[in-house]
Design a binder for this molecule. Sequence first.
Ligand code: SAH
Length: 219
Amino acid sequence: MTDSYRDKGRRRRLVEDLRKKGISDEAVLAAIGAIPRHLFFQKDFEEHAYEDKAFPIGNEQTISQPYTVAYQSALLNVKTGDRVLEIGTGSGYQAAVLAALGAQVYTIERQEALYLRAQKLLSDLGFVSVRCFFGDGTKGLPLFAPFDKIIVTAGAPVVPDKLKLQLRHPGGILVIPVGDTVQRMFRIVRTSAETWQEDGLDTFRFVPFLEGTVRNDER
Ligand code: SAH
């Protein structure tokens, strides 16, 4: 697993591209500049790792577009030491970006094959601050709640109450794309034990947020 000068150069250009598209959070741009996105790709698509596009990662899922990763990461406003729950590990790339931002990351994936692959990759790459879990993220991760931040990387039909209740209060932040075919990004701040402030932002397209889990041998 190498990170060549060519990869680093392409990554610098990706960061400039994101800046032009309106991403201004310097910590997020630095994190994207630091993480070798090509290592989270399947061999067939590796050439495309520094294009600002989503790509297949197997099991009908995709690695999110860098713009989307940057947009969601900026909304989370990660501070060093924040306990962050990610729902939808997928390739593990977003989890690596959160770790680069200084988060203690808990990431959960419903497809066992993807969970196993991401867990191995993140451990091989030395991401000791990321813990991977296999399970249904619509329930959150109650054993490790509350979280300072929660990020959902699949399109949710509705916001699960369980996630809102696993935010620290006051001040916990949930970033979640909501909708069926297209999704509006919501940033939800828990202002007290029983109150939340919700802001609807730009629209995106994500793979669906689904209930239940898929074991390797069920496929
Ligand atoms: N963050 C990922 C993006 C992966 S796409 C990355 O950086 O590569 C979204 C992922 O969410 C898919 O892998 C999908 O299997 C997973 N997913 C969908 N519904 C889920 C749920 N209820 N719990 C956990 N993971 C879920």
